[in-house]
Ligand binder design. Structure first.
Ligand code: HEM
Length: 327
């Protein structure tokens, strides 16, 4: 693809994203302004995320995944945060979700300033935005909408049913995102969240050693990459090691993930699938060549994901502890 064509594709993608899927009308930017006894709610969350990032950069992938897994199950209502047997966080795809303690910390700080005002659902979305900016730089700043309320229901089977599988084909993944009101381009943009963080070897052993029962690696993967991942994930290992999702720039939020996909270095099957499928390949290529447009496009998609099935107004509640429904 020529540079000019690449730029045109990115522009077309940007327009598509802006026009097709509106963000949620009942939410607003700056909902908490003037509502917390003189405390700046977003600044409070930001300082907590920044302090954690200073000690542990992996808070960026932790929060990105937390927001995705919250929003895809009963909407962005903090249902993933509820403790108890059989709640969402006990579902298999959520067992490695992290970041709950940071949300607790932000909630406690805000409850001490203005009890019963700031929802856990909004804390997730604001904290994730702050983490993305820390991980990627100020060009990743996006205005988050707030005004969400917290849900009262959390059921493990909802998580299993709604979260896409790691080996989904591109059409299956598109369908899962469409079911949440997100477009195919949003899906490709949001999978860009795999620009940071880790996966466990158990998710890719089949790709490395016995793809579709062939006894061989997945032919869609660069053989040198297979060899490198095999050394990290021995077939007979009793320990479930971790591997980076973006082997280009593993801890920076950027468009390197898409470049890796084009080099056949996608780690999860779903990642590689979006590079090869005709419905998503052009978007992957445009984003791989669009390091300057990716930040705003990614932010836009995050805002739209943050609008999935939100509770607003008098729906739901504002929890006191993010882990417990208020009686
Ligand atoms: C088709 C959609 C998706 C699938 C199938 C998928 C699947 C997965 C899987 C299997 C893992 C590894 C989990 C583990 O080893 O414990 C993972 C990690 C991750 N996912 Fe996704 N994901 C998808 C979309 C997203 C989206 C939309 C985001 C955020 C915008 C996201 C952000 C992350 C991050 C940051 C990690 C690393 C977490 C960490 O290091 O703790 N994913 N994903």
């Amino acid at each position: 693809m020529t540079a000019a064509l690449g730029a045109a594709t990115v522009l077309a993608l940007a327009l598509l994203c802006l026009t097709v899927v509106p963000s949620h009308a009942a939410l607003q930017v700056g909902f908490y302004r003037g509502k917390c006894n003189g405390t700046d709610v977003e600044a409070t969350i930001k300082s907590i995320v920044a302090a954690r990032f200073g000690r542990d950069r992996s808070i960026v992938p932790a929060l990105l995944r937390l927001q995705f897994h919250d929003c895809f199950v009963r909407g962005c209502d903090a249902s993933i945060l509820l403790d108890g047997s059989g709640t969402e966080k006990t579902a298999r795809p959520n067992l490695s979700v992290r970041g709950y303690d940071l949300i607790d910390q932000a909630k406690a700080a805000l409850e001490s300033k203005c009890p019963g005002v700031v929802s856990c659902a909004d804390i997730i979305v604001v904290a994730t935005r702050d983490a993305v900016v820390l991980g990627g730089g100020t060009q990743y700043t996006y205005a988050v909408q707030t005004g969400r309320r917290d849900g009262n229901i959390s059921v493990a089977s909802d998580a299993t049913r709604n979260l896409p599988g790691d080996s989904f084909s591109a059409p299956q993944a598109i369908a899962a995102f469409r079911a949440k009101g997100l477009s195919a381009s949003d899906m490709v943009l949001l999978l860009g969240g795999h620009t940071v963080g880790l996966t466990h070897c158990s998710f890719i052993l089949n790709r490395l050693y016995n793809y579709n029962g062939s006894g061989k690696p997945d032919p869609a993967m660069d053989p040198a990459f297979v060899a490198m991942l095999k050394s990290r994930c021995p077939q007979t290992s009793t320990v479930d090691n971790t591997v980076l999702l973006d082997h280009g720039t593993p801890t920076t939020v950027d468009n390197s993930y898409y470049k890796q996909l084009l080099a056949r270095r996608g780690v999860l099957k779903v990642d590689q699938n979006i590079a090869s499928d005709s419905a998503t390949n052009a978007t992957v290529r445009a984003l791989a060549g669009g390091s300057s447009s990716f930040p705003a496009l990614f932010g836009g998609a995050m805002v739209r994901m943050g609008g999935i099935q939100v509770l607003t107004g008098t729906q739901g509640q504002i929890r006191k502890s993010c882990r417990v429904v208020k009686k």
